[in-house]
Design a protein. Structure first.
Length: 73
């Protein structure tokens, strides 16, 4: 299994539409959604693509407050 960094500070905002296949493969052991993993492919639930409704990339570092499409989970 790949080695992932975990983030202890769970107060960091995460968009509820951001997803990675790791959520379905690793379940409870999924890597955090705060730092981009080189082995994960991220997508937006709203667009079903690697870009959000604003056409910006869907990665944890950019799916944050300030984007019009952001909704905190």
């Amino acid at each position: 299994m790949p080695n992932y960094m975990r983030v202890v500070d769970t107060s960091l905002p995460v968009c509820k539409h951001l997803r990675t296949k790791a959520l379905y493969v690793y379940g409870q052991d999924t890597p955090d959604a705060f730092t981009t993993s080189r082995s994960s492919h991220y997508h937006c639930l709203r667009t079903q693509m690697v870009t959000g409704p604003d056409r910006a990339p869907c990665v944890p570092e950019s799916c944050e407050p300030g984007r019009d499409c952001f909704e905190q989970r």
